[in-house]
Design a protein around this ligand. Structure first.
Ligand code: PLP
Length: 469
């Protein structure tokens, strides 16, 4: 069934229905980057409408940033479309953005301003900050980062740490250093959306692993390792993005044992290291072959573009060489700003205030959790900046996202996180931290709840799924 064979003619003017169908097909991956759309005349014939309707539809998708049309050569899906791993463009003041995991930025402006002023003064007596540095980053900065991450449970030394330009950069470094086109990679069936485009770029095949409330299922990992002989496993044990599940200590032990048996390289994404209670990273259990990735994007600010990567000396030698070839080093000035925030106690202060604000925001979820919406359920781990809403079968996740966008609320559908080959999942991710104020979040959650209950689906008893995917 092609995307144009399931048009719902009752949804509005036909050109808009066609444009929405294109948007959906891009979102689900049916239409891929640089794929050519059917010629206008062919499509008009297939659908049974006028050429003018198709022209208007293609014009609309061009305006939405989904396609580009060139006279004589047709219309193509843009390589950079606004779904999945992208920042939504529609950030008008009327929109409540619950689609992206940004930290509570307004609470940071003053502290960051102070840290910047202190950095400005420091430049005159520490000009080395403006100079080239060793690829891993200045030793003093790495020492401060090590100490800060030790408070999140990580067992590391500055020699094993490399400063990166964010966790996404760290992931790109790992994949470009340790994989070759055609390699198999394992990851949670729903995963951080930045992984998929990198895997495509490096010619890797992603194989999905099922997860439940405690994270990756060890038996499935064992089976997939035997079947695919993967080059590496990417996983996100702490407040998994997007489901917010938290890998139990027992699971981590089991995974470390299995990874050791299969001599599997593990990439542990711990972007939310300073959220929630302290727990033992996988890295501590399997340091010889785990590459630990994190960043200050969620605990301080994504605009800093400072992250870190921790690995054994053998792995680090290759990783730091790739980093040098790519960017010489992460910005020493931005790293210093981050380090100053840690040394001055700002980070600790923000950690406490974020925790308090998130718990107050999470309390607003209660009506949604207890809402009489048979078949739907909220999955949320206290302390997480995001949660996962399973929708009743009668509500389609993509339609739900589109309908809420019309009401001014941005969410992310499961398809933005789903690896190829996984059965469609009827769920959406919501961010608690991105809305600017608690009032905005409250308003957004109320609109979600209204949408969930209307039209009221027939009553069925609902059991939360044992396996999430
Ligand atoms: C799980 C996960 N990993 C990595 C990243 C990338 O973070 P950074 O801003 O450090 O590149 C994100 C950003 O949202 C994320 O959610």
């Amino acid at each position: 069934m092609h995307w144009y064979q399931t048009l719902d003619f009752a949804q509005g003017p036909l050109y808009q229905v066609i444009a929405q169908a294109i948007a959906r097909a891009v979102r689900t991956g049916e239409l891929q980057a640089e794929q050519r759309l059917p010629a206008q005349r062919t499509l008009a014939k297939e659908i049974g409408c006028t050429l003018g309707t198709i022209s208007r539809a293609y014009q609309l998708t061009n305006e939405m940033g989904l396609t580009r049309s060139t006279t004589g050569s047709g219309s193509y899906i843009c390589a950079q479309h606004p779904f999945g791993f992208a920042i939504p463009d529609a950030q008008g003041p009327a929109l409540i953005n619950m689609s992206i995991n940004t930290p509570l930025l307004q609470s940071r402006a003053e502290l960051m301003g102070d840290a910047l002023a202190a950095l400005a003064q420091r430049l005159s007596f520490d000009p080395a900050l403006m100079d080239y540095q060793v690829d891993q980053g200045a030793l003093r900065q790495r020492q401060v980062l090590c100490d800060w991450y030790r408070t999140a449970g990580l067992d590391c030394q500055p020699e094993q740490l490399c400063i990166t330009a964010g966790a996404q950069h760290g992931l790109a470094l790992v994949l470009s250093t340790f994989t070759r086109p055609g390699d198999a990679i394992l990851a949670e069936a729903v995963s951080y959306p930045g992984l998929r485009p990198l895997a495509e770029r490096f010619g890797l095949t992603l194989h999905p692993l099922p997860i439940d409330q405690q994270g990756l299922i060890p038996e499935a990992l064992d089976e997939q390792c035997r079947r695919h002989m993967p080059r590496l496993l990417f996983c996100n044990p702490r407040f998994h993005n997007p489901t917010s599940s938290w890998m139990s200590e027992r699971r981590k032990q089991q995974l470390a044992t299995l990874a050791r048996q299969h001599q599997l390289l593990v990439v542990e994404d711990d972007i939310l290291a300073h959220f929630g209670p302290t727990s033992v990273p996988l890295y501590n259990l399997y340091p010889e072959q785990t590459i630990y990735l994190s960043s200050l994007s969620k605990s301080l600010a994504p605009g800093l573009r400072i992250g870190l990567l921790v690995a054994s000396p053998t792995l680090m030698a290759s990783l730091s060489q790739t980093l040098r070839q790519d960017i010489w080093m992460a910005s020493p000035m931005m790293a210093e700003l981050a380090v100053r925030c840690i040394e001055s106690g700002y980070s600790r202060q923000l950690q406490a205030s974020d925790q308090l604000e998130l718990s107050q925001r999470a309390a607003l979820l209660r009506p949604l959790i207890t809402a009489n919406s048979p078949g739907g359920s909220v999955q949320y781990q206290p302390g997480s900046p995001h949660g996962w809403l399973h929708l009743p079968a009668q509500l389609d996740a993509l339609q739900f996202v589109e309908q809420l966008q019309h009401k001014g609320v941005l969410l992310k559908p499961a398809s933005d996180f789903t690896l190829a080959g996984v059965q469609p999942i009827n769920a959406v991710r919501f961010s608690l931290s991105a809305p600017l104020t608690r009032d905005q979040l409250h308003q957004g959650l109320q609109l979600i709840q209204q949408q969930l209950c209307s039209p009221r689906p027939p009553a069925t008893s609902h059991q939360p799924p044992a396996a999430i995917v």
